[in-house]
Design a protein around this ligand. Sequence first.
Ligand code: ADP
Ligand code: ZN
Ligand code: ZN
Length: 823
Amino acid sequence: MARKKPGQAAGSLVNVAVLAAIRSPLTYLVPNSLEVRPGQRVHVPLGTRRATGIVLEPVSRVAPGFKVREILGVVDPEPLLSPELLTLGLWMAEYYVAPVGEVFRAMLPLRSETRRVRFLILTDRGRQELRDLESSLLEEIRGGAEAKFLRYLADQSGTSAGATLEGIRRKSSRIATELVTHAVAEGWVAVSEQERDRGQRKVFSVRLAGPLPEHPPRLSPVARRILEALDQRGPVVDHRELLKAARGDLSHLKKLQAGGLLELGESRDFSDRTPQDKKESVELTSAQTSVLGDLTALLASRQFHAVLLHGITASGKTEIYLRLIARCLEQGRAALMLVPEISLTPSVQSQFLAWFGSQVAVLHSGLSETERHEAWWRARRGEAKVVLGTRSAVFAPLADLGVVIVDEEHDSSYKQEETPRYHGRDGAVVRARLAQALVVLGSATPSLESYWNARTGKYLLLKLEERIGGRSLAAVEIVDMRQEFRETHTQVPISRRLKQEIEAQLQSGAQTMILLNRRGYSWFLLCRSCGETHRCVNCSISLTYHRREHKLICHYCGYTAGVPSQCASCGSEHLHYVGEGTEKLEAKLTELFPAARVARLDRDVAQRAGQYRKILTDFRQRKIDMLVGTQLISKGHDFPGVTLVGVVSADQGLGMPDFRAAERTFQLLTQVAGRAGRGDSPGRVLVQTFYPEHYAIRLAADQNYEGFYSKELRFRRMMHYPPCAALANLIAQGTKLEQAAKVAGEIGRFLERVQRTSPGLKVLGPSAAPLARIEGRFRIQFLLKASSRASLNDILRRLADHCEDKGIPPPAVMIDMDPVSIM
Ligand code: ADP
Ligand code: ZN
Ligand code: ZN
């Protein structure tokens, strides 16, 4: 083998993570004409097609009998991923037993640098055909759809296929795509593909030029909407976001700028000026100052440190994060902050923009591909030194990272529930270690894992034990719904006590939040004659009734069905809607309190564009008295006017066959209780439950985190669950039950053999998974417990190898290391 420069030069071998569902890197030969570096994107042959991959490391040999193929070309002149991100990706692939190509695919911006544009070109035969048609004596032939189409193409040159189709659609009533297919088949038209650079579109930061004048000039509706949106979201807003909200275009902004009402900033201008607006505007409390001091000292050490910041709700954690990031920037280093769901907390985003202006790049799944791509590149080019994002922002291409913050670190949305099944928080800790950075995990209700890590000295524990302004935590009262039933003999969602409290709120003009962690109208449709419930055809769960759509919907796969007028199994018409969801509760509250302004917030509402933010804004501006919602309302919001929180059914999650059921219930109740009393008046919380003595409910009512932690830890230790043991969830799945069973049999035999040599391994199962069927796949479950993650990981990787040897395709075995949900 020819060897020039070690590993990188022509004629040598490199490993490439091919962006496909392939478990391991593949080895390729670097042709003489090329020089490649780790982190660079390359095109490689894969089977009969051309694939993209990331160059990993040089290797000196390949397995005997393996025919090495040559790299076809490089995509970018420079490596796209830093050594730090390469290492992070490789760690993830190994730790989560995920295909290495899938991990890197998740890391990269989705869009490629160039886009393929397809053109339709009239061929000579097409031109001939057009002449023939035009010389026809029959008008219907001369003016027919084919003739129009060919004439259109003859007139247009250089228009893309998409635009051409649009053009034809306007000219001809016949379905354009059909015409094209026909013309291509006849050889009249050829399709050519070209790669084109994607132009970088400019992004402006917009802010008001000053306070709006008392007698504003006459404005168009669009202009008014722009100013309103800016006022709501400001002080500084990305122009694209503004235009989306106001349904306008850039010319509207330019006009307002010319009129002196707003400023458009193109570059860093705002980061120089805007930060002063809000910075230091609040003075930190002594508790905040002390925590910030500790964190700043750790930051200055330029070494890896992990801190768990356990700060109760409204203790002012966000203010600390902002200042810590500002210090980090002062040192010339970059900062990353992860939040559970950004679109759900617009206020954090505007705080970041106010503090750091155009140095911020926002990365989350709600962005369009183009927006994501731009944000990614701004971070990669070093223009954005602060990234605010959700889970996948853990891969943000920031160089010289100083601090990584994971806000609400307990939140389950940090876990990706599809391949690669990584945990964003754990990835953030690994990333910080690689970057020699400080990582801060913050929460009012830390996960058991993180608190255990703090207790055992792996993380440093910092606490904020008081609310800002000396406010007390809300007083929580438990309403025993069994008692309520005994006394009233009816089962109603709102107890007499809660009703009375809501009335008092409405009288005094204070605001109320009502939590019911179940969306839709009713839980399911039950036949009173035969007991049949209407189930999803793909999943083993009941369909939920949604009244707005008047449909039965599966909350797992989205399958929808019409509402039947009679039972499908016995024909009875006695169908009964059982249980209530937020949609029904909203209707019920409107009926109970006709004078109140009631709104609802759940995932169904959040899907409607603009609706979500509008409700949040209206609630903040007290245009809404009562907000009903799912756990979405518990997340991080700061509404000073809320003094009452009602929890309609605290038991919702407790019945789940999941070892985290109690932890989730405790977190949800504590977080939602934390929404009350954040303003000047103290808050109260009413928790309705059928299990008033359950420890998760009792300790949440006492807001006793330590108490919950100790009690829950005892249970986890006894049952060998995390954090006291390493856990993995294995699911054999197939569209036929026999397929899944066959795979499960293979896994079972393998695990039996392994158990003989690994006495620490405990295997539960095989058994039907709690959700025995999802999206048409049957699921058979094994839970693996081991004393260490390393040994468990080793077993999982051997299992994956074994499955590969046996020809079991990867989708048939789901491996979930450190599962968050085991349903
Ligand atoms: P957490 O993230 O801990 O729930 P926040 O950071 O949202 O708390 O702070 C709660 C509220 O208190 C916010 O409205 C915030 O602006 C305000 N706040 C935070 N720190 C201070 C301070 N030192 N002085 C006055 N108000 C503060
Ligand atoms: Zn029936
Ligand atoms: Zn379904």
